[in-house]
Design a protein around this ligand. Structure first.
Ligand SMILES: [Zn+2]
Length: 224
């Protein structure tokens, strides 16, 4: 395959995945964005595809996607890349195992971000997917590397593929764009259920030993 075919395939995948954000009620208007690292046949993986800035979800087409290098410079595309491109680029530069990044302001998860509180691991589904609490990252303003740095510092060495950036919203990572979208969907679901549980009383903790065995089984045996 030539590099161009791989770029086109990744653009189609990233474009299609954006419809999952809409279907799962994770975004409004043009908010939210997904990117995926492009892995070329020669083993290089120093480019990624990301959503363009300010284009409605209904009219997004694969050809609208923007190809950037790991410094966030546009390599190919007819539109401006997402305003969160610097954060995605920072993650790809510093976490070579990451192949997909998602950002949303999904309501329930962002409510936890607003109060600066991690989502506690009080459901087996949270232990499965996140391996513990879903952590809070620092308050960081758009415009430099501070959002990307906050994501990388929080998620490095952490089992969770999701971070709640304080007073902002959710960033998730995965081996692919699809994995990162799944984490974003599960994060919102966990945020919502634990919120509801809090209205009923105090959610019961799960022991660390049980969290560990649930997570290990789900990640290795259950095979997602
Ligand atoms: Zn945002």
């Amino acid at each position: 395959m030539t590099n161009q075919i791989q770029i086109e395939q990744a653009s189609k995948i990233v474009c299609d995945l954006h419809q999952e954000l809409v279907k799962n009620n994770l975004v409004v208007w043009t908010g939210g964005n997904i990117s995926q690292r492009i892995k070329f046949a020669d083993g290089s993986s120093d480019l990624f595809v990301i959503k363009p800035s300010g284009i409605s979800y209904e009219s997004l087409r694969p050809a609208d996607m923007v190809v950037c290098d790991l410094d966030g410079n546009v390599i190919e595309g007819n539109h401006k890349p997402s305003s969160d491109t610097a954060a995605h680029a920072y993650v790809y530069r510093n976490m070579p195992e990451v192949g997909g990044v998602v950002h949303t302001h999904s309501n329930y998860a962002t409510a936890w971000a607003a109060i600066g509180e991690p989502i506690p691991c009080v459901l087996t589904a949270i232990a499965d997917e996140f391996g513990g609490e879903i952590p809070i990252g620092p308050f960081a303003k758009i415009g430099d590397d501070s959002i990307g740095r906050g994501i990388v510092e929080t998620l490095t060495g952490h089992r969770s593929p999701a971070v709640l950036m304080q007073s902002h919203g959710v960033f998730t990572i995965g081996a692919t764009g699809k994995d990162a979208v799944k984490a974003a969907v599960m994060c919102e679901d966990a945020a919502k259920t634990v919120f509801i549980a809090r209205q009923l009383g105090n959610p019961l903790p799960i022991s660390q030993a049980d969290i560990n065995s649930l997570h290990t089984r789900y990640q290795n045996v259950y095979g997602n």
